[in-house]
Ligand binder design. Structure first.
Ligand code: F6R
Length: 246
C-alpha cells in the first residue's frame, strides 16, 4: 500500500484528483468506481475545474458508485445519486447512460445487487476504485463484522456510522438505517484503488487499516492484501501513525 502525505485537505484533493485525471487521460473508456461523503468533495471540485479548462474528457468513462441509502429516492438531496450529480456529473460530460448508482428503492435487493455486480463484470471490471473510510474503518458501507462480505448487498448501518452521518440530516433519527453497498469482494476486484482520508477523527482507523491485523472488524484492513492501493491522507489523518509513515 502506498501512503501519500498531504499537508491539508486541499492538497489531498489535488493529489487524489491527479490520480483520477491520469486514469481518465490514459484510458478514456475507464470504468471508475466512485464514492460519496465529505472526503471526495474537494477532488470532485478539482476534476470539474480541470474539465472546464479542457484538460479532461469524461465522455467515454463508465462509472459505478459504491453505495446508496435504502429508501431514499434518487432526487432526495441526501441520496448518493443526488450527491454524484451535484458534485460531479452535472458539471462534466459523462454520459447519463454510463453512470450507475445503486437505487435506494430497489425492490428485489438480492437480484438487484447481483445484477449490479454483473454489470460491472460485463463492463470489464473496475479500473480505478475511489474510497473514503469511516471512523470505524468501514469502506463502502461494509461495517465491522465477523466476516468479509462478497458482492453488493444490503447492510445495516453501524451506530457509529449513523452518528457520523447525522450531520447531513436534520437529526440522527432521519439517517436511513440501511444501505446498499458494494461488498469487500466487489471492491477488491478493482485493478487499482485510491483511498482519500482526512481529519483527526479518522487517524486511528487509518493506523488500524494500514498497520493492524487484517480483520473484518476493521474492513479497510483488507486493502493490505490488494496489489495496487494508493491512500492519500492529510497530516491530521496520519497523526497517530508516527514513524510508520515517512
Ligand atoms: C461513501 C462511502 C463511505 C464514506 C465514509 C467516509 O460512498 O462509501 O465509506 O467514504 O463513510 O465518509 P466521509 O467522507 O463523509 O467522512
Amino acid at each position: 500500500m502506498k501512503i501519500i502525505r498531504a499537508k491539508d485537505y486541499d492538497e489531498l484533493s489535488r493529489k487524489a484528483a491527479n490520480v483520477i485525471a491520469a486514469q481518465v487521460i490514459v484510458k478514456p473508456r475507464s470504468v471508475l468506481g466512485l464514492a460519496t461523503g465529505s472526503s471526495p468533495v474537494g477532488l470532485y471540485k478539482e476534476l470539474v475545474a480541470r474539465y472546464k479548462l479542457g484538460d479532461l474528457d469524461f465522455s467515454g468513462i463508465r462509472s459505478w458508485n459504491l453505495d446508496e441509502y435504502v429508501g431514499l429516492t434518487p432526487d432526495h438531496d441526501q441520496s448518493y445519486h443526488y450527491f454524484m450529480y451535484d458534485n460531479l456529473f452535472n458539471h462534466v460530460n459523462a454520459r447519463p447512460e454510463n453512470i450507475h448508482v445503486p437505487n435506494g428503492l430497489w425492490k428485489n435487493p438480492e437480484a438487484d445487487c447481483a445484477a449490479y455486480d454483473a454489470e460491472i463484470v460485463e463492463a470489464g471490471g473496475v479500473d480505478l476504485q475511489l474510497l473514503g473510510m469511516g471512523t470505524n474503518g468501514h469502506i463502502g458501507f461494509n461495517e465491522p463484522d465477523e466476516v468479509f462480505t462478497r458482492g453488493t448487498h444490503i447492510v445495516d448501518l453501524a451506530e457509529t456510522t449513523i452518528n457520523d452521518n447525522k450531520r447531513f440530516f436534520a437529526s440522527a433519527a432521519d439517517v436511513p438505517k440501511q444501505a446498499f453497498s458494494m461488498g469487500i469482494g466487489t471492491i477488491m476486484c478493482a485493478r487499482k484503488i485510491l483511498v482519500v482520508v482526512s481529519g483527526e477523527n479518522k487517524a486511528q482507523a487509518v493506523k488500524n487499516a494500514c498497520f493492524g491485523p487484517i480483520t473484518p472488524k476493521v474492513p479497510g484492513s483488507i486493502l493490505q492484501l490488494h496489489p495496487d492501493v494508493t491512500m492519500v491522507c492529510d497530516e491530521a489523518a496520519l497523526s497517530v501513525c508516527g514513524d510508520l509513515v515517512k
